[in-house]
Ligand binder design. Structure first.
Ligand SMILES: [Zn+2]
Length: 845
């Protein structure tokens, strides 16, 4: 899918369901309709909570979440143990932590659509895992369990629902089973004050009333087996509710929510009608009807002082006027004042927030604090524009607008008359009190299985809370109310119209290395440019390049002087490797005014999520290795996106990235080899039409290397191999699993680099995925490997002669290994590119 068609799709989904983006994504102001306000009013009267637990963004049953949030009107949260860093990305090149940021925001967009809330733990999705034993060894089990306990103690669910079965390890992703096992364990621990007692300085113990497993026929193996199964322990719920006020049913909302998982290609078409969902009771008393809250008090009488509030709100729902929602204002303010007196701070905070949203909506109140820039450093100043308008017949007084972190008063004693816009501007110095905005879970380097988060109260939050806000103290119908708005930035785009962006507090300077891995294929020095970007005007300092021992860098430092905000300058260091094999990290360091800056700015900009500005630890892997190669000019066809072309240039190849539409026999004839990027046959339609030309190129003596494509979800993807080859879901996830060389004398293992088992050491994340499991006799399998307890998988690297050339299909994860600087993977790739070129002269590096 091209980026263009994708943008159009997002716009369409906006029109189809305007509520999207109105709740979860905080930069975009919420503008609910009279019907949506009515639904929210009804929700005010429900005091019950459901926590849905699974492992990854996209595991959750969005129809069930929509049902609980919109039909039952419960507080409904999805606890995804991970942010999905280990997945694939079909919309761009971001992988690992950057993909985790995209998927975090896709979940927030999904929740904004279906009305749920979002939570996480510190567990990192380290990639596919076949068994919970492995998962819980790589995650820090005690910490992740503690985070699930923390989620239960702070969210305080009456009902917990697990997506997966905790009793069937090995039947699905190890993360999935682990999520259910940890949820079952945490159910008891959350109520036990002797467990994770450090948490109790911030919250109380909590004991949920019921726990379910959201089962379906899938977990029984077939629809027939499910039909026949004993269902006495299952609660059956019809989740297909239709809302005339929204024009949608849960199953339609669910597909809009699910379609937010764009990086996973989860675009989903809605359905309508009755839809049965099953919940198997694990803990608590079996309900006698389809109400998972049966017997649990979910009304205002659950809290002391709630009865009077219930009376007001019941009346408001009964008398709500869709043509004049502002008639509700006096009663809503009365309810608001009573909520402020509640002793129960849990419900007081929740219901105050809900009431603020509804009061803002019925008052037609628009409050905005806009900066004149989307980022600033502490010590600089910004222009802040305030807009306030009351579009109701009720009187509203703006007592005071205050910058929350600094107490600067930016407006005071301003009556807001019906539909009369009030604006004011002020210049504000950004003091040290302003809070850092970059993703909190990425500020420190974690481990393979865990993020490092020092502040207990941050754990579980979906994103860094926006604390750089303006508080509007108002008096509405005689009752004081404070409404807080984040400082935002907005601009007009001539295509998209109004665009909101978060206002970010950034470090004074960031630096960048061009490549994340730099290979020294001979003992000569390389010129390594470091780009320094100033995020404030008149920046001065020095830049250095830290190196591994045995390596030399010159000069030792440069003076940096940058006049304008946003301007960048390049400084070139000469880096010389030691004589023998060696590897380590290069990292730039900028020093200014006694402070050291080591971070790199990475922006992630897609239409379906807010612009992300991340400041991450900055380093490049440097590897000194002796590597030989044949051939020089490589054609590369990008699939879903990978960094392999840059990596091949590191070992001296000249790489041309080919637009598949332009493929002709003449174009192909220039290349010494052509490489097809990951999942190209899955995602690039043009490949089907061009594959015959690629095979002709092989027949005439060329080398074609195809990297992994998925089987399964995308249907019958045709990879167009010259001889029969069947893709499977075979994968080897243990990056340390033994690799057995089946074809020791084959050129791929010997020419021009002699490979041994040692070259398969130090691999990262996995060996490979979607290996073929059947192939015709023309192919030679080169390697054999498997995860513990499994049969040998021999399809990771297959080669066949075709005409005068060679066809190679490989599911080995070169797209992960090359960017990580794994030397054995580089040698193997050089051998693949050199196949059939024994007669050619050695290429001089
Ligand atoms: Zn999953």
């Amino acid at each position: 899918m091209t980026r263009k068609s994708y943008v159009i799709f997002v716009l369409i989904s906006f029109f189809a369901f305007a509520k999207a983006y109105s709740q979860g994504i905080t930069v975009q102001p919420s503008k609910p309709t009279a019907s949506e306000i009515y639904e929210d009013l009804k929700k005010l009267n429900f005091l019950g909570s459901v926590l849905y637990v699974a492992a990854h963004p996209d595991d959750e049953n969005t129809t069930a979440i929509s049902y609980f949030a919109n039909t039952v009107k419960a507080r409904t949260a999805y606890l995804s143990l991970t942010r999905g860093d280990g997945g694939q990305n079909i919309i761009g090149p971001e992988l690992r932590e950057l993909l985790g940021v995209i998927r975090t925001n896709e979940l927030l967009a999904a929740r904004a659509t279906d009305g749920g809330e979002q939570r996480f733990t510190r567990a990192n999705d380290f990639g596919y895992s076949k068994h919970p034993d492995e998962t819980l060894a790589i995650w820090n089990k005690e910490e992740v369990l503690g985070d699930v306990v923390w989620a239960i103690r702070t969210f305080k669910p009456d009902v917990i629902i697990n997506r997966f079965n905790h009793r069937t390890p090995g039947s699905t992703h190890g993360h999935h089973t682990s999520s259910a096992m940890l949820s079952v364990e945490a159910y008891d621990l959350a109520g036990d004050a002797s467990k994770y007692s450090d948490q109790l300085q911030y919250t109380d113990t909590w004991s949920p009333q019921r726990q379910f497993f959201n089962t379906s026929w899938w977990f029984y193996g077939s629809r027939e087996k499910f039909e026949a199964a004993d269902k006495s322990n299952l609660v059956k719920v019809d989740v297909g509710t239709f809302y005339p006020g929204l024009g949608l049913s849960n199953t339609e909302i669910s597909s809009l929510s699910r379609s937010q998982h764009k990086s996973q290609g989860f675009g989903n078409t809605g359905s309508r009608g009755t839809s049965d969902t099953y919940f198997e009771l694990l803990r608590g008393e079996m309900p006698t009807n389809d109400d998972v809250f049966q017997g649990i008090n979910t009304t205002w009488t659950r809290v002391k002082g709630g009865k009077a509030i219930k009376t007001i709100l019941d009346n408001l729902v009964a008398t709500y006027d869709f043509t004049a929602p502002d008639k509700s204002i006096p009663q809503l303010m009365k309810a608001y004042a009573l909520v402020q007196q509640l002793e129960d701070t849990h419900w007081k905070n929740i219901k105050s927030k809900e009431l603020e949203t509804i009061i803002t909506a019925v008052t037609g109140l628009y409050l905005e604090a806009k900066a004149d820039t989307n980022y600033a450093t502490t010590g600089s100043s910004i222009k802040l524009d305030i807009e306030a308008i009351n579009r109701s017949t009720q009187s509203v007084m703006l007592k005071k607008a205050t910058v929350t972190v600094t107490d600067n008063v930016v407006a005071s004693n301003q009556p807001l008359e019906n539909n009369e816009r009030y604006t004011t501007s002020t210049t504000l110095s950004v003091s040290d009190d302003f809070k850092e905005t970059s993703a909190y879970w990425l500020r420190e380097e974690g481990t393979l299985g865990m993020y490092k988060v020092a502040d207990q109260q941050m754990i579980g939050k979906p994103e860094t809370p926006q604390e750089n806000t303006v508080t509007f103290d108002l008096i509405i119908s005689g009752v004081p109310i404070s409404i807080t708005k984040p400082i935002v930035y907005k601009y007009n785009d001539r295509v998209k119209g109004e665009v909101y962006e978060p206002f970010e507090i950034v470090p004074a300077v960031s630096s960048r290395l061009e490549s994340k891995v730099i290979i020294f294929a001979k003992a000569e020095s390389k010129k390594i440019p470091v780009t320094v970007t100033a995020h404030q005007a008149n920046f001065t300092g020095t830049v250095m390049l830290d190196k591994p021992s045995g390596w030399t860098v010159s000069p030792a430092s440069y003076d940096v002087s940058i006049a304008n905000k946003g301007e960048e300058k390049e400084f070139v260091f000469t880096v010389t490797p030691p004589a023998g094999d060696s590897e380590g990290d290069l990292s730039p360091r900028v020093v200014s005014g006694g402070k050291t800056y080591t971070k790199e700015l990475i922006k992630i900009d897609y239409a379906h999520i807010p612009l992300q500005s991340l400041f991450l630890p900055n380093k490049a892997r440097v590897v000194r290795l002796d590597i030989a190669r044949k051939g020089n000019y490589i054609g590369y066809i990008q699939g879903a996106g990978d960094a392999v072309p840059d990596n091949l240039e590191q070992i001296g190849y000249q790489v041309a990235v080919i637009d598949p539409a332009t493929i002709t026999p003449e174009l192909l004839s220039q290349f010494d080899a052509v490489v097809v990027g990951i999942r190209a046959y899955n995602v690039v339609d043009e490949m089907q039409a061009k594959q015959p030309l690629l095979l002709d190129y092989v027949k005439d003596g060329g080398t074609l290397i195809a990297q992994y494509n998925t089987s399964g979800r995308w249907g019958n993807t045709k990879i167009g191999a010259p001889y029969e080859l069947t893709l499977s879901r075979d994968r080897v996830t243990d990056e340390n699993s033994e690799v057995r060389i089946l074809a020791k004398d084959h050129p791929l293992m010997n020419f021009p680099n002699k490979l041994s088992q040692q070259d398969f050491q130090g691999w990262t994340q996995e060996r490979g995925l979607y290996f073929p499991n059947k192939w015709s006799s023309e192919y030679t399998p080169i390697l054999s490997m498997n995860d513990k307890g499994e049969t040998a998988k021999d399809g990771s690297l297959l080669i066949a002669a075709y005409g005068k050339g060679h066809y190679i299909y490989t599911g080995l994860s070169f797209f992960r290994e090359l960017p990580a600087g794994v030397s054995g993977a580089y040698k193997l790739f050089a051998n693949m590119l050199s196949v059939g070129k024994q007669e050619q002269q050695d290429i001089k590096q």
